[in-house]
Design a protein around this ligand. Structure first.
Ligand code: AKG
Length: 277
């Protein structure tokens, strides 16, 4: 296919709606996550995967050897807001298809982008410890959701994302940053409370959505290939910014919410509405 035709096809696919059943929405609301197959075609992943990967390796500054890294640093290379770096990355991040799924799962009128981030678990990369994302965010409502998009098929040995089903409903461990402590404390607590674990491979084109308070983790990458993943974090467009409750939230308020005043909606250009009814 001619390059321009490919470009037109993949852009229109990123815009086209994905059909969500009422059962899927109910599953997300009960369990705090959902895995969806065939959300992105091989053509879309083949087109945008190399663009995102080139940006990750160009912008990455974490180059010290694995043995010298912290647990957090061993988990992945983390590059944020690729949409601000490249026009095609922006096309991908601004996908209406992906944003509309977030809107429908949460049952809100529209979503804004909080930020995007690439999470590349290198070969020999370690575990991603148990955690809940909203610990990091100064946002008032639980209506936040991350789409986790593997850019290749992700078998167990590459460290797919795993979820403690229904764990968003309980207020445990909400003061834990990603660390060896969060892994040990939450593994014990989640097991004690018998939350079922979903830890399964991702097919090519499959993505997951998880809520801000759902506990999740990932195993190590014991394969010889990088586990390439792109994510977008969406928030209800009517979120209200709260006073930061820890130093991470204070940093996020300045960096990802443009220091928009506490008590107001995140209406800065940094947080565009990506889909709204
Ligand atoms: O990709 C990973 O290993 C962790 C992802 C994660 O924690 C997230 O997207 O919230």
């Amino acid at each position: 296919m001619h390059a321009d035709t490919t470009q037109t096809t993949v852009v229109s696919e990123l815009e086209a709606p994905y059909s969500l059943s009422a059962d899927t929405v109910a599953f997300y609301r009960e369990n705090g996550y959902v895995k969806l197959k065939q959300v992105l075609s091989p053509a879309v992943l083949n087109h945008y995967g190399p663009i995102l990967t080139e940006l990750v390796f160009r912008l990455n500054t974490l180059t010290k050897p694995m043995e010298e890294r912290t647990t957090y640093e061993r988990a992945f290379l983390q590059i944020m807001n690729l949409w601000q770096e490249d026009e095609q990355a922006r096309e991908f991040v601004f996908s209406k298809r992906l944003a509309k799924i977030a809107v429908d799962l949460m049952g809100v009128e529209g979503v804004r982008l909080y930020h995007d981030q690439a999470l590349y678990k290198e070969p020999s990369g370690g575990i991603t410890p148990w955690h809940a994302d909203q610990f990091y965010w100064p946002l008032s409502s639980p209506n936040t959701v991350t789409v986790w998009i593997p850019l290749q098929e992700t078998p167990m040995e590459m460290g797919p994302l795993a979820f403690a089903e229904g764990s968003q409903h309980v207020e445990i461990g909400r003061d834990l940053e990603i660390s060896d402590d969060s892994e040990a404390i939450l593994a014990a607590e989640l097991q004690k409370r018998n939350f079922p674990l979903n830890n399964t491979p991702f097919e090519l084109g499959e993505v997951s959505y998880h809520a801000g308070w759902t506990f999740h983790r990932a195993g190590p990458n014991v394969s010889d290939r990088p586990r390439k993943v792109m994510t977008m974090i969406y928030m209800d467009k009517d979120q209200v910014i709260t006073a930061p409750r820890n130093r991470f939230q204070a940093a996020d308020h300045a960096k990802w919410l443009a220091s928009v005043p506490v008590g107001s909606h995140p209406e800065d250009a940094l947080n565009p509405v990506l889909y709204s009814y």
